[in-house]
Ligand binder design. Sequence first.
Ligand SMILES: C=C(O[C@@H]1C=C(C(=O)O)C=C[C@H]1O)C(=O)O
Length: 425
Amino acid sequence: MSTVTVPAAAPTLVVRTVTVDTDEPLLHLLPPGPVEQCASWVRQGEGLVGWGSAVSCETRGPSRFEDAREWWSAVTAGAVVRDEVGTSGSGLICFGSFPFADDSTEPARLVVPEVVVGRRDGRTFVTTITTRPELTPLETPGAAVPPAPPLDVAFADGALSPTAYAGAVAAAVGRITAGEVDKVVLARDLVVTSAEPIDPRWLLRRLADEYDNTWVFAVAGLVGATPELLVRRDQGLVTSRVLAGTIRRTGDDEKDLALAASLARSSKDLEEHEYAVRSVAEALAPHCSSINVPESPFVLHLPNVMHLATDVAAVAANGATALALAAALHPSAAVGGTPTADAVRIIGELERMDRGRYAGPVGWMDAAGDGAWGIALRCGAIDLNDPRQIRIFAGCGIVAGSDPESEVAESVAKLVPMRDALMDA
Ligand SMILES: C=C(O[C@@H]1C=C(C(=O)O)C=C[C@H]1O)C(=O)O
């Protein structure tokens, strides 16, 4: 069953975007405030941050993407927008984050902030969104009070201990060998507690400092730095960055280069990667023209791991919006498996947890159908009822040749960004 929580009569939004003159890093503009009202989609200093909540929506179940579309089209239809900037991310936008599974107990959360600050090609703009009929005076946002680090941080196993996770990987390999599926992505979680409420702004700054090759995101308490772009639509142009196939970094540059070369030749990783790329190309095909899939992947270097990566490009057809494309692509083989439905069923049996919004689409969209949706990886979900707690996640693609111990080590490496971000600098 699906439930949509929208104000009975959605108020008319009055939206204004103007250029502003500030060099302050976007993430430094975010003021302190409720966890659920801190929003970010930032990469290499550009992107969008937002705070406050002009309107929001929660929806559950298999129809969550369709519900979100309906809600967004009602919100945008009734808005009065004066956009003096006219670039990607200016005007009326909303941030959003969707649970991985149809049967998750967690809702998808969409929020239109009261203030959005964006930066594109070095140009900064601010959008104010109000439900009041008169325009409020604009102030250039200034550097906010800096966040404090989490205090007395303690880590505990979530649903599966490392040993139990290794057992789940072995069980998955068994089911692959038995011919049930080709690939299944298995994840595990850690429950982290702090003595004080966790400030998402602390995590965002730490992640952005360390992982500039990623999209640093926050939506309603889900905070992380994902290297994987499910789909971006920019004036109808579609791109997707597909990752699958991973190797841990050693910290020794020379060794890492040799490892990168071996990753690009590893048949296990190339096979795993191929499943993921194919699932993306096939899901885009009905909604796009001129799909371009490079013949072989490149190696994406991150501070903790390296991935095989492929950037798929296409042109949106039939007015397919970024949200519609994300809905069509989710769950890709990078976070589900192959074939999708069987892999998702096995995930439900072996992981013993609700992924919540981990591995679901996270990002933003505008009124014209453009937007960017990443896959929520290398992230954690701050408990909105008790913000002293955060669940952090990592998963690994399992294929016939996977070794349980190596997958445990890979999951540990994938937890590093959030683990480090939770510690004092
Ligand atoms: C599932 C995760 O990562 C995914 C799995 C990968 C793999 O198994 O090689 C690589 C990148 C992501 O597509 C995660 O980080 O939690």
